[in-house]
Design a protein around this ligand. Sequence first.
Ligand code: ADP
Length: 483
Amino acid sequence: MKVLSVASECAPFVKTGGLADVVGALPKALAPLGVSMRVLLPGYPALGPLLKEGKTLWEAEHLPGGPARLVSVESGGIDLLLLDAPDLYDRPGNIYLNGDGQDWSDNAQRFAALSMVAAKVATGALADWQPDLVHLHDWQAGLTAAYLHQSENPPPCITTIHNIAFQGLFDPILMTDLSLSSALYTSEGIEYFGRISFLKAGLVYADRITTVSPTYAAELMQPEFGMGLEGLLSARSADLSGILNGIDLDVWDPENDPALAAPYSVKRLKPKAENKAAVLRRFGLQPGGDGPLFCVISRLTTQKGLDLLLDALPALVSRGARLAVLGSGDAGLEAGFVSAAHRYPGSVGVIIGYDEPLSHLMQGGSDAIVIPSRFEPCGLTQLYGLRYGTLPVVARTGGLADTVIDANEAARVAGCATGVQFAPVTADALEQALMRTCDLYAQPREWAGMMRRAMRHPVGWDTSAAAYHQIYADVLSTRAAQE
Ligand code: ADP
């Protein structure tokens, strides 16, 4: 089965969040099931060496934003198709935002071009390869479904929602420039409150829709979470599935992680203490002490609920716990954590920035990871936490609800708890969850049992890859039956 995957980011080449991890993991996870996947990505500067090394398959004349070529190259076991369009993608800094933190003013053209090329490849532009189906990720790839809808005999497509908060909304004046038929600009089509919605295009014209956890799939059909698309998703509920993300068990392996100070395993937990000492040093926190070391590794945004953690800090510090925060984002939250580190020296440490190796060390050296998200489609950091025996303290929402087993009385008696959940997502409920975590930490046998259970919890791709494969097969057989 040949699948074209279309996305704006893909680890390890270019990453701003969990989307990249998933797009990078799927080809390897699906290969053993007989899926040959090519990943189409914009040719950002980070991909410069691969653009030079690759082979030009196709040159485009009429794309928005100047000349372009499609380059084929294999790297890190992933078969890439890179859209080399310097006017659109060859610019420094963030892939979505300019130096002032605003969306690039031509994001509509940048991601419409990606989608146009995806649709061309899907409908036979390449001499020796045509996919059986197309898998679109988030709004940046969404218009592909509209272009396929406008084509003759398009292959089927599925769209995965990684985060419905990002929809790709643009002025309808662009319809003609983006080669979109005006017939699509209706409330049943790609119109969303007077704008073009790239994500909605991906949802309306896809054969199937997936999102990244069963709970988020259910939440998306409710007004609190659906961000205006709950009606559409409810109407398509029979076509909507939630499939949990997995993690790369080779990259996230406490027995074999170059970023750790000492390797450890479910059978040899002791060396985790050396990693804890390293994290405490790195964040300027007091060594020793009775309380747990909590960590946060996150974008600092309202979604992630970290303002609630600032409110809960006095209680956390007074229990003798410590907190290490790695993240960047909203200026107000960054300032809030920096000033908390000054207010509670030795108890709260903050590093503003993005640091992949440090995030590994923190997973290896912390006792618990705090994720108080207001909504969380899947979340990856709690999965890394489980794998590293760093118990997740999570809001009961989206994928967090689906992956962490709360240490309530029933779960403790049954011996299946792997972390702590709380609801509603308020500072009070978070504070209680943190205090409950401190109580559990004070019972070393209970805590060690939870660590071992967490580390054995399956967080790889096996089950989810099979679920994607099943959807691909269903879509293809439905299409074959229609022909
Ligand atoms: P989202 O995609 O909403 O940001 P996820 O939990 O799905 O949240 O994925 C976030 C990914 O980015 C994880 O791999 C996490 O480890 C990583 N990450 C987030 N912030 C940082 C940071 N400051 N430094 C290093 N890695 C980070």
